[in-house]
Structures are given as C-alpha cells and as structure tokens.
Design a protein around this ligand. Structure first.
Ligand code: FUB
Length: 604
C-alpha cells in the first residue's frame, strides 16, 4: 500500500513539475546518474571498484536543498550501481539541514564519511559517519559533531606515515590533524594562509583576495601534495595548488576545468584507478538541471610528465570502459550506464531495484560481453498491476531485438518472481538495452537479471583472465585487498596483486556458477609470483550444490617465489549432484598469508 501511494505521489509530482528527467533517446553516458540529481562527487577506490559518494539535489530546488547523501559504484567506469542512501541528515540527531559536500575514506577495514551540516541553531558543523562497508549503512560515529562551528566541504587524506588530515572551508581554508581513530583530532584546526602565491589572485574582491572559494580535494601523487579546489564565484571553475608537504607551503598551479556546464558551482574529486586517472565534477547537464539541480560526471585524463594537470573539459561521452561487463553473473538492475525514464528504490530483497517503469522506458548497460552466445535471459521482477515486457535489444533502444521476456502481475510491487525467456542469439560485445513495454502507468519493478549460455564457447570460463581489464570480474575470496598492478606483470601491462590476506585460503577469485558444464574436464593455467616469501600456491574451485560445498583442486600446489613467475597448471573434472548454487574459482596458498601477484589465468 505504501509503495502504491508513493507511486501516486510520484505521478502527481511529475504532472505538476516542469522538471522532466531524461530525453527519450540518450546516447551520452555523462552525467553518471540520470535517475536523480547528484552533486559534490567524492570517489574512493577500494578492492578493484570505484565507490562514488555524492550529495542529492532535490527535484525542482531553488537552493542547495539537500537532505541525504548517496553511494554508487563501478568496476568499469561506465556502468554504475546505485547503492541508495546509506546516510542522511537523520543519521545525525543533532543536524537539521544542508547535507552538503563530504568525502569518505577507508582505514583498518572501516569507512569514515566526513560531511558538513547545519545545526538547528544555524551553526555549521562537520560530522563523521562510520560503517564496516563502503556502501553502508553509516551511523553517527560520535553522536555529536566532530568539529563545531566548522566551515563546509571536508576533504580527508591519510599520508604515507599514517597521519590523517581533514581539510575544509569556505571562505577560509583549514586543516586539522585527525587521530588514528579517525573520529577525534589533535591540536586545534589551523587556518591555511590564503596567499596569492599559494592560491592565485582574485580581482575585484578585497574580502577574498585569492581564487580559493571552497571544495578542497587533497591527495598525494609521486611525492607531491595536490589541493584541487573550486575557484572564484560565481560561476566557479576548478583550479589547483601543490605543496611539498601536507600542510604546505602551497603554490598555485592554474586552472584544471574552466567555467562551463550550466551550474554556478563545481566540485572536484580525483582518483587513479586501473592505470587511468579520473576527474569527477558536477554540472547542470540533465534536463531541468542548473545550479541547484546538478549532476555528477567524470572524465579520464593523463597528468603531464611533470605532474601538472592538463586542461579538462566536460564531455557528454565520459571515459572509455575498463574491460567488459559479464552478463553470465547476476547483474543488479540498478547497474546502469544510462537510464531513460526509470527511478530506483530500496528493494525488500536487499539493495535497490529499478521502479517507476513505464511503456518506452529503457536502461542501457554498456559493453556487455556475450562471448560466443547467450541462449536465455532471466530476470527478477514484481508487479502490482499486470506487468509488461522486457525487450532485449543490442546497440540502441531500437536496435536488434534478441529476445522478449513477458512479466506477469505478481500481486505487489515487492512480490518477487523470476521470469525467463529464450533468445534469438546474442554474441560478441554490445551495449545492451533493456526496453520496457506494456500498457499505461507503472508496469513492473526489476531487481536483477542474468543471461545463460556459452560465454566462451569452450574458451576461458574466467572473465578478464589476462587481467588486462584491471580487476574487472575479479573479487577477493575471503579477506584481503585486490588491486590491478602495472609494476610486476607476466604478460601485457597488468597483473592482479592481493595484499592483506588473513587466511591461506584467501585469494583472487571469481564466480563461475553460470559457466560450468557438469562432468566436464577443465585445464587450468595460472601464473603466480609473491612479493616476498616462498609459499606453495594452487588454484581451487569451491562448488556448492544441494546445500553442501566441496573443493576441486584445479592445479597441484607449487612453490612460488618473488624472483619470477611460476605456472600452476592442472586438469580436473568438475562434477556435482543436484542443483549447483555457487561455484568460485580462486587462487590460494597451502599455508601463510603472503601477498600474491596473479596473471594470465585460464580455465577451459
Ligand atoms: O552542494 C552544496 C555546496 O555547493 C557544496 O558544499 C559546495 O562545494 C558546492 O558544490
């Protein structure tokens, strides 16, 4: 009932509101999110994914009306998964308004999210949320502000010696040394001198003599400290300064992103991911967009050889995809390159689902690798009305139709069932469009989807086995931190590095459930090397069928060392009884927790 009435409210709102999201035909992939307005990007790289923390501009805003923060993530920089809102003003009982620009960081397995808010007495403060997961939920770490009477826009940075710093401020610029617990600080906040040498000269303002306006973003790269910030107002542009240490002295270096994009503010976040550098910002590029209805976007760039920034302009194309998307594992419906007409909401099955699906709406998923052939499609759906259809199209929303799945009424918007349909053939790599058709009003909700078929047609069952697509397709089996590495490789320009293993069975792995043939003999090859030590490494398959798990030794264990690469190779028959519910390929050691490099992995 609640959801039905929400749908009614949403319909009335959309009829009354001049803001119309989303053009009917969309080719661009920037801005990143089309289902809501987003602002103030703060990216974080963790375990081979980019987590993107943003604010949320309410529809039709005429001020920075922001009540919650949102989280998104991506392994390929083009398809972004919506993780909803794991932190809002209500997380902080002492906050009353202005869920403005913050930043999250990981330390010792916990995630700390620093945010500015306004208190009911009108004063500004910085709070800190904490979670065990990058996607939350976050709780108030202190039950009170971390910093009272603080200016806005906190940016957090941990130096190589373990000292953490929080920078913030508008109109001034401050830093404070955070303690190792990340929820307290030592000493008093210190004002960074806003000199024209450090932050450039602003003309026509005596109260703000330098270009610095707000939104600091601080990080270290190749021994140099960078402070990227929003310059001048209004409109703002993005500029930067550098320093030999975390507290300065800062030297102004120039403009990164000139004024453009239809929003009078801009706000930057910068990361390196999978060998590329990425610049996040916001603009007013969505329909109805502007200074208070902003959208986060991203560009890939390369630093100049001397570490300076090139000029970066906003585009509607965005960065190239890192690797491809695997349709043979469950994909969340809210993993989206471009959404047209739909919205998202929390699902009773966990995570989010796509909803408010109407006739003609569509979702683009970019760079989907069907291998040599998908044969069927399954989707998790719910409908309080009479459902509709999911058309599966390649290349565009009106491209080749490879299948149509009928969705029935299920008796409720959160009453879930799985539907399947066969395909006319989908092979190779394509942009996949899920196009929705049916009668009037809301048709159904979509929680997840998955293809089945023959991904490799007898080829490698592992996604991104050569690891040239970074960590795409790979995750950590057990504990540890997985990263794509360019310093030590077996072939090509990349390998995987796993650090922080806490058990010998921990290692890089991937779900191969949808790819195995019962009774088939597979030959496995894995190149392995350690950072130090001489552990005995092996490749293993964990098979769960009919509720019990067995382990298939895919290769015998072999001693590996840090001086060169060792090939683990073996042939094993993979079989199970009953229904296979989970199969994970992983690389482990017989004992110990040494850091491992892994490259050129195949199982076929
Ligand atoms: O989103 C509200 C404010 O606008 C942020 O705190 C500033 O950085 C500017 O982007």
């Amino acid at each position: 009932m609640k959801l039905v009435s929400r749908r009614g409210i949403a319909l009335i709102t959309s009829l009354l509101c001049v803001t119309t999201f989303l053009p009917a035909v969309a080719r661009a992939d920037n801005p990143i999110v089309q289902t809501i307005y987003t602002a103030d990007p703060a990216p974080l790289v963790h375990n081979g994914r980019v987590y993107l923390y943003t604010g949320h501009d309410e529809d039709g805003s005429t001020w920075f009306t922001m009540r919650e923060w949102r989280v998104w993530s991506s392994a390929d920089m083009v398809n972004w998964t919506d993780h909803g809102s794991p932190m809002s003003l209500s997380t902080f009982s002492w906050a009353s308004a202005d869920a403005w620009a913050g930043q999250a960081i990981e330390r010792n397995g916990k995630f700390y999210w620093y945010v500015p808010v306004r208190r009911s007495n009108g004063s500004q403060a910085i709070g800190v949320g904490v979670s065990d997961s990058p996607t939350g939920p976050f709780r108030d770490a202190l039950g009170r502000p971390l910093i009272e009477n603080a200016e806005i826009d906190p940016s957090v940075f941990i130096d190589d010696d373990g000292q953490a710093y929080l920078y913030y401020g508008n109109p001034n610029l401050w830093y404070v040394r955070l303690n190792a617990d990340m929820i307290s600080y030592s000493g008093s906040p210190t004002r960074i001198p806003l000199t024209t040498a450090g932050f450039g000269a602003r003309s026509g303002s005596t109260s703000r003599p330098t270009l610095y306006e707000e939104g600091p973003w601080v990080y270290k790269r190749n021994g140099l400290y960078y402070m990227v910030f929003a310059a001048e107002c209004c409109s703002e542009y993005i500029a930067y300064s550098t320093a030999p240490g975390p507290t300065g002295p800062w030297t102004y270096r120039g403009t990164i992103m000139p004024r453009q994009g239809g929003s009078f503010t801009n706000h930057a976040g910068v990361i390196d991911f999978n060998g590329g550098s990425y610049f996040f910002y916001h603009n007013g590029a969505l329909p109805g967009g502007g200074g208070f209805t902003r959208s986060v976007a991203v560009e890939r760039f390369a630093y100049n050889a001397n570490g300076t920034f090139p000029t970066i302009n906003m585009t509607t194309v965005g960065p190239p995809q890192v690797g491809t998307l695997n349709p043979y594992v469950r994909q969340e419906a809210e993993t989206i390159a471009w959404a047209s007409g739909v919205e998202t909401e929390p699902s009773t099955e966990g995570g989010m689902n796509v909803g408010w699906i109407e006739n003609g709406d569509s979702i683009k998923v970019k760079g989907v690798n069907f291998g040599t052939g998908a044969t069927s499609f399954s989707a998790r759906v719910a409908s309080a009305t009479s459902g509709g259809n999911i058309e599966l199209r390649l290349g565009s929303a009106t491209g080749t139709l490879v299948g149509t799945c009928r969705v029935p009424g299920t008796g409720g918007w959160q009453t879930w069932t799985t539907v399947s349909c066969s395909l006319n053939g989908a092979a190779g790599t394509h942009d996949l469009y899920l196009r929705f058709t049916g009668g009037g009003g809301s048709l159904f909700n979509l929680n997840w989807w998955q293809f089945s078929g023959t991904p490799g047609g007898g080829g490698n069952v592992l996604t991104n086995g050569d690891t040239e697509g970074g960590a795409t397709g790979w995750s950590v089996f057990g504990s540890g931190t997985l990263s794509s590495n360019t310093a030590v490789t077996h072939g090509g320009t990349r390998s995987l590095l796993i650090t922080g293993r806490t058990g010998s069975w921990n290692g890089p792995g991937q779900d191969v459930t949808a790819k195995l043939t019962n009774g088939k003999s597979y030959t496995t090859n894995v190149w392995v090397r350690t950072q130090s030590g001489t552990p005995s490494a092996k490749a293993t398959l964990a098979l769960t069928a009919n509720g019990s798990t067995s382990y298939v030794q895919l290769t015998p264990a072999a001693t590996v060392n840090a001086n060169g690469w060792t090939l683990l190779t073996g042939t094993a028959t993979v079989s199970w009884t009953g229904t296979l519910s989970g199969a994970t390929f992983y690389v482990e050691t017989a004992a110990g927790t040494d850091n491992l490099y892994v490259d050129d992995v195949s199982m076929q």
